[in-house]
Every structure is written in C-alpha cells, then in structure tokens.
Design a protein around this ligand. Structure first.
Ligand code: MG
Length: 164
C-alpha cells in the first residue's frame, strides 16, 4: 500500500490564572501564575494533540476528551497527548515530526525547551530530534502581547497507509 503524507495544524490558547501551576509540554515551569482550564491547561500539549488529530482528520481534542466530562477535570494533558498519538497510529499512520511555536511574553522558555522537547518526545514515542518547540513574544501586541495568557501554534506530519 502507498503512503499518503498528511499534515495537521493545531492552535490553542489559555489565559493566566493565579494559584495554578504552569505546565508546558508536561514540564512544570516556575512562574507567578499558571494557566486556567478544565484540565491542567497544558496549552502546548493541546495544540500538538489537535495537530496530530488534524493530520488524520479525527476531529480535535475536545471531540475525544470533552471538557464537560468530569473524567478530564485536572487531567494530565501529557497523557491525553500520548492517547492522541496512539489514536493516530491506530489509523495506520506513522508520526514523522511535530513542530510548535509558543507565543508568550513571559516566562522565558529558552532554559526549559530541552526538557519540554524530551517530555513531548517520550509521550509521542518519537526520537527527540523529531520534536521541535520554539518560543516567541508578541512584541506586546494584542492580548497575548499584554501577557494575559499563552498561545501555541503546532503542526504535525504523518504518513498513512492507504488502499490503492
Ligand atoms: Mg486547551
């Protein structure tokens, strides 16, 4: 059977909330606030999950893990990401790589990028060099630029066996 190369895109954003831990890519990062959400609000895991599901046209993270379901309250999103990767593979697809850009005025993510990539690679069962995470600021423009929250844009590429 031939392979079909498919890509998916994901976007997510969460606002900051005091009194919560900041979790990005399954890594806890020291900051004055965490992100608000039904789960652990790991915006990076959510965006990559949506990119993976998008690559195989399997809806989005809300389809599979609805935030109205108490089972996912304070859920560990790195486990949801792992479940999404398994779902992708169950459609006869191999995950090639994921790439993400985190948009945040603060905190500075450079010191944490290696840990975050390692954490994501472990969850996705991929070599570390197939996982890329970058960070940028919004130059103080708009809500993310005012530091009201964090946004993430992600892309995933898979190859899927298809019938001839
Ligand atoms: Mg989310």
């Amino acid at each position: 059977m031939p392979d079909l190369i498919r890509t998916g895109i994901g976007f997510d954003s969460h606002r900051f909330a005091e009194g919560r831990d900041l979790i990005l890519g399954g890594v806890r990062i020291e900051h004055v606030a965490g992100l608000d959400g039904h789960s652990d609000a790991d915006v990076l895991c959510h965006a990559i999950s949506d990119a993976l599901l998008g690559a195989v046209a399997e809806g989005d993270i809300g389809t599979h893990f609805p935030d109205t379901d108490p089972a996912w309250k304070d859920a560990d999103s790195i486990l949801l990401l792992r479940a999404c990767a398994e779902l992708v593979r169950s459609t006869d697809a191999d995950i090639h790589n994921v790439d993400a850009t985190v948009m945040a005025e603060a905190p500075k993510l450079a010191p944490h990028i290696r840990d975050i990539c390692d954490s994501l690679a472990a969850a996705l069962d991929l070599p570390a060099d197939r996982v890329s995470v970058k960070a940028t600021t919004l130059e103080q423009m708009g809500s993310l630029g005012r530091g009201e929250g964090i946004g993430v844009l992600a892309i995933a590429t898979v190859s899927q066996k298809v019938a001839e």
